[in-house]
Write a protein that binds this ligand. Sequence first.
Ligand code: SF4
Length: 695
Amino acid sequence: MNRSLYSVCGMCSVRCPIRVEVTDERINWIEGNPNVPGIEHSLCARGSSGISLLYDFERLQYPMIRIGPRGSGQFKRASWEEAFKYVAEAIGNIQSQYGKKSIALVDRGAGLFGEIQRVFLRSIGSPNYFSHDDFCRKNVDLAYQTLLGYGRPEVGYDFSNTKHMVFYGRNALESLGVREANNIIKALSNGARLTYLDVRVSKTATKATKFLQIRPGTDYAFNLALIHVILRENLFDREFVERFITGLPELENFIKPYTPDWAEKETGIPSYEIVELAKQLSADKPKVILYPGWFAARTMNYFYNARSIIILNALLGSIEQKGGLILAKTPKEVGAKGLNSLLERVPAPQEKRIEAEEGKGFLYDGAGHILHLFRAIKTGQPYPIKGLFVMRYDPFAGITHKDIQELLNGLDLLVAIDTNYSSTAWYADVVLPESTYLERDDMIGMQRGAKPTLIMRRKAINPLYDTKGKWEIFTGLAKACGFGDYMPYESIEDIWNYQLEGTGIKIEEFEKTGQVALCKDPLMYSRDDLRFKTKSQKIEILSEKMVEREVPYFLEFQSPPKPDIEKGEFKLVFGRIAVHTHVQTHNNKYLNEIIPENDLWINDQVAKQLGIKDGDIIEISSDDYSAKIRAKVTPFIHPETVFMYRGFENEVPFKTRSVGKGVNEGRFLKGAFEKMAYGSHTGVLFENFIKVRKA
Ligand code: SF4
């Protein structure tokens, strides 16, 4: 029997809407939801290979409890009741000794469907929720919050109507986001310009109107000079700036020394290119998008760099503007009632989060700084964390392996919840297998934007193994811990009905297209109605939020140290490849066939000096680790930099297609736990040198 349904992709964090075809309870087709503008049947390679994840034997299949030493991979199969009981008892023991706040949970970021794990954590009385955002988007998020009062998820980009996009190492056509990629291509087809800055020629760079190869770690210098020219030559949107920006005189004063000639010495980009770009952007304003990106845990100055990008948008008047940046509207603003929150049914914990006890000098927005969490696990300060839930996040495979191993040894309980057999699951005390996105229902999510839209993930078939959906795992855990009253849900319909109560929307309405929009047309504020969520309701260059937290408004540029190329030393940069998601998909049968391992990009002139030829096996090393990898010798990378695609070198023997294949960048991230970006205390991943030599 054939049937078709709408759902949401789960192969990466973007969560594109999809349509799934099922024949005789077997999924045989997945495509992008044809009803959604910007998607219209399209999926990326990873989205298309969801079927391969579903029918893969090499994934988690049942709950497990560790019986051998940590990391030995020795587990016993357990029933769900047994696993829940084990975890509940361990939580009880830890909390009676160290207090309720000594349990933490970290995930990939709450996103569309992420409330349920926070409800569980709150129900057991802990405030310590974290996401991996400190190693990803947090700098952009905090930069938006300080300037606009909106967070990053509340700011969208109207690529399809823009005239000029500026990307900083944002390899958008090869990374996340089918809709975003389609809209960028549409803009380029309509004649928009793309200025692309990067240390290497990525796939996106090949589509650029202008590619500017920048010295690693100097994007901030480039932006300071761009601001300098725009202010000096009156190239900004005067009406917008006078109405909506505070702190301009202080900015003008700060920016004075950062001339294009100065920036040329730092960035390697000729000063005339900076001046030319400033003039082009002014001519194209306000339909311009200077894109602060997604992954922004790169350099020590990246929070200030993200601020400089948003300030540039503001100077050019592109905020809340067709072809520019669009602010999200609340359900109330579009005349609708939003979803009821499950979280609000549970009293907020009284105890303070880790960072709240750590003083000032960094921004704190209540969303959790994971580096503070790691430090608390390691040192017991400001208080001990002894139990950790890790959900669809793999710190083992993403950051320094040796450090994380030492760190997790300090825990009394490590629970991994995942679909994949992650490296962290291999090391965990208890493994709780989540059903794949094709086998599970999730709570209803709201896509933010000018037209807020509700979206539902429905299971296409029943789970193939003894796995559960996230809502079942966390309600089961809450009940086992004695807090079932906070999560009184017996079915996903109980959750959906509660979420939809009072909205006038019925569950059946999602069947038609998979989505329910809360208004007919997108809502845009006119300039007369435009208010920002800051105290002054303006864009605050002199941010109140920064004053409160004793964080300086401006950061002087410090020239990054140069590697000693003649001695084979380089700055290590890494990034995404189109067919893999972080560390999650490298064992996927289809995707592994396309790209099974990574190589190391190295500049051709430099390679020649080191006697390295294209395809040679070379040795790369840091102080305490070395590995062998194939060289990709190319003119399309800056001589000071080497680059690798991320997430390879799986170490779980059960995943036979990917185990030991390629090299993991995390092995070379020295001191990733100690380095915290200025002002934001996020991770810093692009400040490491490695040595390269012929093997
Ligand atoms: S970008 Fe690709 S993998 Fe990510 S949600 Fe969309 S289709 Fe799925």
